[in-house]
Design a protein around this ligand. Structure first.
Ligand SMILES: [Zn+2]
Length: 176
């Protein structure tokens, strides 16, 4: 909640809300760079890692150092180098037949919505998801193996995974 309060204060004088929603090619390239290192680490340690992407005080795209979480949750530290947060990012630890970790969770979407930002999620199977909280949808930016993946990942373990879900569809899919 504190983080949200700070975000609002940071946003108001600098940008109209339009700046928050843009998902640029530059940001996608940065995300792929972050996850190229972070997803293998997350899989090896079997814990999520999470952080933020946004603009520094010179207006350049940057990201915060990832915070380690545990096997099914992660709470990112407040970024010290970001003036305007645009998105969160997090990984989903190692493959487990006990979790539907190939998809964002309902609470992933709720968390981003609460903070007024969008989000990026990397899965053990190497999928990359984008969470858009303007219309509360999530979509696969790229599929299995587009990011480094867990060698023990079993495709199909979570059933059929669509290219995109609304929040309501996702919650039904995950049986939450
Ligand atoms: Zn998640």
């Amino acid at each position: 909640m504190l983080r949200f309060a700070k975000l609002v204060v940071a946003l108001t004088p600098l940008f109209a809300p339009v700046a928050v929603t843009a998902q640029s090619a530059e940001e996608l390239a940065l995300v792929r760079e972050i996850f190229a290192d972070l997803n293998p680490r997350s899989i090896a340690e079997n814990r999520e890692h999470c952080g933020y992407i946004g603009l520094d005080d010179e207006g350049s795209l940057t990201f915060s150092e990832p915070t380690p979480g545990d096997s099914d949750s992660c709470l990112a530290d407040d970024p010290v180098n970001i003036q305007v947060i645009t998105t969160s990012y997090h990984t989903h630890a190692a493959f487990s037949p006990d979790y539907s970790s190939e998809l964002p969770s309902g609470s992933d979407m709720e968390g981003d919505e609460d903070e007024g930002i969008d989000g990026w999620v990397a899965t053990p199977g190497g999928r990359l998801w984008y969470i858009d909280t303007d219309d509360m949808t999530t979509r696969q930016v790229c599929g299995i193996g587009c990011l480094p993946s867990d060698p023990s990942f079993i495709a199909g373990d979570s059933g059929i995974i669509e290219q995109s879900y609304s929040y309501d569809e996702l919650v039904i899919k995950l049986g939450e």
